[in-house]
Design a protein around this ligand. Structure first.
Ligand code: TPP
Ligand code: MG
Length: 322
């Protein structure tokens, strides 16, 4: 038996991610966020379902499409927005931006601009966690990450070392414009199963299904029984990044997008809330995000004289060197 879902908290978290991404699109369009940014809208049930089954001391590694993972793991929306807007108050003092945002105090070992590169980092964190106690690690990656060699290497090590690691594959159907069903030979879950770990395909538009599958995988990892692989079937409602809206690409049909929008994870769960409660939460989230954006706008940018600060960690003196 899996634990019941906290419907209100899960809906609030998903709504917060959606509102954050709507702001990101606006701010990127207006030039208040520099460059293109990858939105997570449509995939909220995955981040919230997985992270809702983690403890504060558990670890995640994220991707280039990372805002949802970070918010679901508890990152401050003000500090994230400030980070994206290059402010000194940002999660990483405005130096990382969307694809390098991290908060080690929350077990967030970072978004990552390199496809699947979070996997070996999570494996190392899982190895350390196993040596210290019973924390677990989750690595998020997309269908594009499935074909990266580093993922195969990491799955092998995780299985052979019985690491407390969950491979959370978000199959949103595309790697940029490349359809996953034309790119992945065989299937992602069959590949994972070949390493001797449980591997399952899960409805990634339904937060309950995600949470239930995650709970089982987390319990297995915490008990010392090793890694699991979960392939979440999901969809990104917007383009590969905020720049795609100007490109007029036709790799997805309107019918396809509309069909997936009918499965919006916020509607699926929002309908379970008592009458009127959904509107109240929506209002609260809208106000909270507007306040976060206002605060970030008012925050200072880093002093140019500090541009070279924080480039290197303070190293321990080398042994034998005085
Ligand atoms: C190793 C590597 N190869 C190529 C890229 C360029 N790139 C950035 S995102 C992306 C697509 C990733 O697709 P997927 O893993 O399915 O994630 P999604 O964008 O769908 O969330 C690619 C090819 C990269 N960042 N890293
Ligand atoms: Mg993808």
């Amino acid at each position: 038996m899996t634990a019941p879902l906290d419907v209100e908290a899960s809906y609030r978290a998903m709504r917060t991610i959606r509102e954050f991404e709507d702001w990101v699109a606006t701010l990127a369009t207006d030039g208040e966020i520099a460059g293109a940014t990858h939105e997570y809208s449509g995939q909220e049930a995955v981040a919230v379902g997985v992270c809702g089954r983690l403890r504060a001391d558990d670890i995640i590694t994220s991707t280039h499409r990372g805002h949802g993972h970070l918010i679901a793991k508890g990152a401050s929306v003000h500090a994230m927005m400030a980070e994206l807007m290059g402010r000194a108050t940002g999660l990483n003092r405005g130096r990382g931006g969307s694809m390098h945002a991290a908060d080690l105090s929350l077990g967030i070992l970072g978004a990552n601009g390199i496809v699947a590169a979070g996997a070996p980092i999570a494996a190392g964190a899982a190895w350390a966690a196993k040596a210290r106690g019973d924390a677990v690690a989750v690595t998020f990656f997309g269908d594009g990450g499935v074909n990266q060699g580093v993922l195969a290497e990491t799955m092998n090590l995780a299985a052979i070392w019985k690491l407390p690691l969950i491979f959370a594959c978000e199959n949103n159907g595309y790697a940029v414009t490349l359809r996953s069903d034309t790119a992945i030979a065989g299937s992602a879950v069959d590949r994972a199963a070949a390493y001797g770990m449980p591997a399952e395909r899960v409805n990634g538009m339904d937060v309950r299904s995600v949470a239930d599958a995650s709970e089982v995988a987390v319990a297995r990892a915490r008990a010392g029984d090793g890694p699991s692989f979960l392939e979440f079937e999901t969809y990104r409602f917007t383009g590969h990044n905020t720049g795609e809206r100007y490109l007029g690409l036709s790799y997805r049909t309107d019918d396809e997008i509309t069909g997936w929008r009918l499965r919006d994870p916020l509607d699926a769960l929002g309908n379970d809330l008592p009458p009127g409660r959904r509107d109240e939460i929506d209002d609260e989230v809208v106000h909270a995000l507007a306040a976060a954006v206002d605060a970030a706008r008012a925050d200072p940018v880093p002093d140019p004289d500090t541009a070279a600060d924080f480039m290197y960690a303070d190293l321990q003196p080398r042994r034998g060197v005085r």
